[in-house]
Design a protein around this ligand. Sequence first.
Ligand code: BTN
Length: 264
Amino acid sequence: MDAQATKALRERLSGLKDFGAAPHEAHGALPSTQKRLAELAAEGAPHGTVVIAATQSKGRGRRGNKYACPEGGLWFSLLLRGEQDPTDAPTTLLAGLAASQALDEVGRVATELKWPNDVLLNDKKLGGILAEMGRDEIGPRLILGVGLNVNLTVRDLPFLLRASASSLLIETGREHSVADVLYAFLSWLEGHLRARAEKKGPYLIGQVGDRMPMIGREVRMRVGAEKVRGRALGLAADGALMVSTDQGRRKVIGGEVEEVRRVE
Ligand code: BTN
């Protein structure tokens, strides 16, 4: 752990209402912030603990993919404790919304979302979210891993991803404060979690859907081993994607959108 960076991080986040008092950690390099935060959780770390690293050597992405995490990006994990109502707006979707809002606020851009929670700008991926659920002596927990390409140059991006991924720096031509993006994300997410507790889940799901231009378009998806094609109709209250297929209407709970096409 980098003691100076940790002190600066704790000071920076101390103004947050719900996550401000947690014992956050900052590292120069880590294999994965997910792994480090899971260790802290097992030792009893509280709700709202953040672990951030300037670089990761074994960054984890969704579906077991590796995730490249060079210097210049925002790579962190957030510990959320407590049970979630399965019929409510899922935390993973709210985290995607918060990430999109944070990038918009700091970068003065208009990012979009691809279901479930990839953040896109100019049709290129700027970041994504990995949610790992677990349980420890305190109870159920969710470790949210957030990776946002803030100040990555084209050369920092893996060669094979250069056509489909980008960064806030590349898209705006300016560097942005990684700490500002982190603070904005946490502040938006705290607000969304409070709003959900006040039964405003449907309103939040509406906000997520408003950032998804794929809704109304033809999509090709991978759902487990199955390929699904159809028109994305919208989001259900529990965050599932409703798709109209040749076989009828279908509720997709987990999957990856591989292609989105405008309907002529
Ligand atoms: C995705 O596949 O789109 C999700 C990527 C999540 C990457 C972040 S970076 C911080 C945290 N630590 C990890 O090892 N992964 C997540």
